[in-house]
Design a protein around this ligand. Structure first.
Ligand code: NAP
Ligand code: MG
Length: 478
């Protein structure tokens, strides 16, 4: 663990065995933080916040240090990518995208550190005073808890951490118990970059112990959480104790919608990778495919052929585009959904099974003949499982696409500019991609409508989520 700038090897909650999901074998052991460890980290973070060793620096200095942090992420690109392949099982190409994104997001955050401005309202007359100088002061929230899942271990963390630090907060991080390794390495690099001790604390641990202690802690001012909708709701209840600010990036059941006027040959691999990338363990995975009736057979057959052609195996073999699921528990969960899909009457177009042998592999799977009430249509599976449905017109597909408690992403494939803009307005989702899928840029906000979350990460909105705004009134003489 990293607490107050020191490496701590004994966790009060024992040890976590870290597995390589491609083999099921242990690759490392890390300490598991207890509530007492969390308390020590919060005390260190609070001390660092109180004496201003980070937020009290000139903004340009925070920018310089964050930029150096990004330089160190780039300098350790191969090591960090390999860590997430071993820890998560993802294909190396995906891990490389992830680490390049971490570098880009950290550089964007470095720039934002010098772009934190309030508003000037100096001409305002109020409360009888006429010569009033008033302005807003934008300040860091204080001590923030960052709790992240395992599906993109480094990325899930850095999408929060850059802006949290840019705004001047002190942080207590809990990576997922399955994937603590890249967070620990990033903590070392942050120290090397010059982020002062105590400002960034990294505590691997179990959600119900370390995560819960962060959610409950009376001296944490904000939680930024990424994970399941169920845990997100639980965090909201825990955070009520001291009314922590809460930002939530949660689950999804995102639609990928193909109109019959689209460039189908271009759309097919995109809608396939929208669900199969990272073995479906992506919050914005395009897990519900809607195809206009005239193109339905061609697109579903094309996506099925793509699925059958996917090489499955270790992320270190560059031929493999599909890695394992994160754990045997997740493998069981996905298998259970496949079973329920069959039992509830869906037709298996391709896949539908687990792969024998070591590691937690499943087949990329497509179900057709699905109905809105089926579990595989309603629930987030977080595996490479796609449900396909035909539609006839825009009104029908808008209603079907929005018929979900989630609202994270949506893909729309069409050559008709009118349909593209109409769909962008009509879909209830935080991100709409037209003739592409899953593009993320650090200048734009990322987040969800409905039960996909609260608030946004990245961009100006993501920075604002790590600040408090104060109104200051100064009565001038005369
Ligand atoms: P999860 O169970 O909610 O876990 C996420 C994190 O919360 C982990 O660090 C977990 O610790 C911790 N946690 C668990 N119980 C807790 C508690 N009582 N108090 C505080 N923290 C607690 O999520 P998951 O199933 O592992 O991850 C997959 C989910 O994340 C999917 O639903 C996916 O859609 C979502 N996700 C969303 C985004 C997004 O940006 N919207 C991005 C990626 C993933 P443990 O590791 O010990 O369980
Ligand atoms: Mg692991």
């Amino acid at each position: 663990m990293l607490i107050d700038g020191e490496s701590v090897v004994d966790g009060g909650d024992g040890t976590i065995e870290v597995l390589d999901p491609a083999t099921g074998q242990a690759v490392a052991h890390v300490p598991a933080a207890s509530a007492a460890d969390v308390d020590r980290a919060v005390t260190a973070a609070r001390r660092s916040f109180a004496d201003g060793r980070w937020h009290g620096l000139a903004a340009e200095e925070r920018r310089r240090i964050l930029w150096r942090f990004a330089d160190l992420i780039a300098a350790n690109f191969t090591e960090l990518s390999h860590i997430d392949v071993v820890d998560n099982g993802m294909p190396l190409a995906f891990a490389e995208w992830e680490i390049r994104s971490c570098e880009a997001w950290t550089r964007a955050a470095a720039g934002l550190a010098t772009q934190i401005f309030g508003r000037n309202a100096s001409t305002m007359a109020s409360g009888g005073g006429t010569n009033m100088h008033a302005y807003t002061l934008v300040q860091p929230v204080g001590v923030v808890g960052l709790i992240v899942p395992w599906n993109a271990p480094a990325g899930n963390l850095m999408v929060k951490l850059g802006n949290a630090l840019a705004a001047g907060n002190s942080c207590v991080v809990k990576p997922a118990e399955e994937t603590p390794l890249s967070a620990l390495r990033l903590g070392e690099l942050a120290l090397e970059a010059g982020i002062p001790p105590g400002v960034l604390n990294i505590l691997p641990g179990h959600g119900r112990v370390a995560g819960q202690a962060i959610a409950d802690h009376a001296d944490i001012d904000k939680i930024s959480f990424t994970g399941s909708t169920a845990t997100g709701k639980h965090i909201v209840r825990s955070a009520a104790g001291n009314l922590k600010r809460v930002t939530l990036e949660l689950g999804g059941k995102s639609p990928a919608i193909v109109f019959d006027d689209a460039d189908l040959d271009a759309a097919i691999p995109q809608v396939a990778m929208a669900i199969f990338a990272n073995t479906g363990q992506v919050c914005f995975a395009g897990s519900r495919l809607f195809v206009q009736r005239g193109a339905y057979d061609k697109v579903v057959a094309g996506v099925a052929d793509f699925a059958k052609s996917l090489k499955i195996g270790s992320g270190f073999d560059s031929a493999n585009l599909l890695g394992p699921l994160i754990s045997s528990k997740q493998q069981d969960r996905v298998a259970d959904y496949m079973q329920r899909g069959r039992q509830q009457g869906a037709e298996v177009v391709t896949g539908g099974g687990l792969l024998d042998g070591q590691g937690f592999f499943v087949e990329p799977t497509i179900f057709a003949n699905v109905h809105r009430d089926m579990d595989i249509v309603r629930e987030e599976i977080f595996g490479p499982v796609l449900v396909a449905t035909p539609f006839d017109d825009i009104a029908e597909v808008v209603a079907a696409a929005n018929d979900t408690r989630y609202g994270l992403g949506a893909g729309v494939f069409t050559r008709d500019v009118n349909k593209a803009h109409s769909m962008a307005r009509a879909i209830d989702a935080g991100n709409v991609w037209v003739n592409c899928y899953g593009t993320i840029h650090p200048s734009l906000p990322f987040g969800g409508f409905k039960e996909s979350g609260w608030g946004r990460e990245m961009g100006a909105e993501g920075l604002a989520a790590f600040t408090e705004t104060k109104a200051v009134y100064i009565q001038l003489e005369g």
